[in-house]
Write a protein that binds this ligand. Structure first.
Ligand SMILES: Nc1nc2c(ncn2[C@@H]2O[C@H](COP(=O)(O)OP(=O)(O)OP(=O)(O)O)[C@@H](O)[C@H]2O)c(=O)[nH]1
Ligand SMILES: [Mg+2]
Ligand SMILES: [Zn+2]
Length: 334
């Protein structure tokens, strides 16, 4: 087993050095179950649990291992082991779980979704799923993680005029590359090859039913992931994938398939909007007040652009909504 194929690199090796005593193995979490993990180690796949000590030191959920993490394992026998430490993450994605519950004052609760991801491919369907506001939300999530992003507009076969949607998406995507395809046609996945590199981890994110697992199977060249038998007629999907999991590509590169997220509440800071809403931040430099909220102030260049139609007013509303969400989060996590 060559660990480098799974993304092992010198920074992780340095962090592992103190454990390199012949009794421990480095391993990557490739799948998480309720009470155990599957990890990939130099001696192959192992089923591991984590010690109470890690649970104690973690001081809460965000620090516990997630899929993508590199961990230190004390092997027991041929197939089992215990996670004794977690190596520092390069990056991670989080969402705010408290947003899922109804109620007035909610304490923010961070859920780390995945770790050590180089590139996120955000998948959107060109069917009823198509929603620019959701795409903006995903782009903001990715920019807060520090990973690179690519947008896939899948199910092109179900869209009478994909070019119209692509144009709208490009208005919100900034510099993020946009790829249009139908995952049912393997040849249409070829443009994705340029984003897959040996040792790099690529995660697929998007709503349920958009075709993430279909794309993963297409790239792996085999049906590893179960996909929905038929597209559901309301376009909402069915949560076919229930676990996130890493897969090794035959030509190198690691793919992470994810369950579709029903709701995505952000975990981050207002600054995370700087990349996903760079156009608004550029306009804001011309606002009369430096701390303009772009809501009601006189001399607001952002509002003026929305009135003039050079900035989509729905996009501005989306920006203000996400900004409020992140501000509220800043208060809630204190
Ligand atoms: N028409 C059409 N159907 C597609 C395309 N890609 C995927 N599908 C269908 O869409 C349905 C959902 O695909 P999945 O790959 O299971 O979707 P998913 O994003 O993995 O969904 P979850 O696992 O629930 O998050 C399946 O019936 C696929 O066959 C496409 O490009 N065009
Ligand atoms: Mg799936
Ligand atoms: Zn303003």
């Amino acid at each position: 087993m060559i660990l480098e194929e799974w993304g092992w690199a010198t920074d992780f090796a340095e962090a592992f050095a103190p454990f390199n005593d012949g009794r421990h193995l480095p391993a990557r979490v490739i799948r998480g179950e309720k009470n155990y993990f599957r990890v990939l180690s130099p001696v192959g796949e192992l089923t591991v649990r984590f010690t109470g000590k890690i649970r104690h030191h973690a001081g809460g959920r965000p620090d516990l291992p997630v899929v993508g993490d590199w961990v230190v394992v004390a092997p027991q026998g041929q197939e089992r082991g215990t996670i004794v430490a977690q190596l520092p993450r390069r990056n991670s994605f989080s969402r705010n779980l408290s947003g899922r519950r109804k109620g007035k004052e909610q304490r923010a609760e961070e859920q780390v979704i995945a770790a050590n991801v180089d590139l996120v491919i955000i998948v959107s369907g060109l069917d009823q799923d198509f929603n620019l506001r959701r795409i903006e939300r995903y782009l903001t999530l990715v920019s807060s993680s520090g990973a690179a992003a690519v947008l896939i507009l899948n199910k092109a076969d179900l869209c009478p005029d994909p070019a119209v949607c692509v144009k709208e998406v490009k208005n919100v995507a900034g510099t993020t590359p946009v790829v249009v395809c139908s995952a049912l046609e393997p040849l249409q996945l070829l443009p994705l090859q340029q984003y897959l590199k040996p040792g790099q981890t690529v995660a697929f994110l998007g709503s349920s039913g958009v075709g993430k697992s279909t794309i993963v199977n297409g790239l792996l060249g085999e049906d590893r992931q179960k996909i929905a038998a038929v597209s559901s007629s309301d376009g909402k999907g069915r949560h076919t994938t229930t676990h996130r999991e890493l897969f090794l590509l035959p030509q190198g590169g690691v793919l992470m398939d994810n369950p579709g997220m029903r709701e995505l509440h952000l975990w981050g800071e207002s600054a995370d909007l700087e990349e996903s809403f760079a156009d608004i931040l550029t306009l804001a430099q011309k606002c009369r007040f430096r701390n303009c909220s772009h809501d009601h102030e006189p001399g607001c260049a952002v509002q003026q652009a929305a009135v003039a139609g050079t900035l989509d007013s729905d996009r501005l509303a989306s920006y203000l909504k996400l900004k409020n969400e992140l501000h509220a989060l800043g208060r809630g996590r204190k």
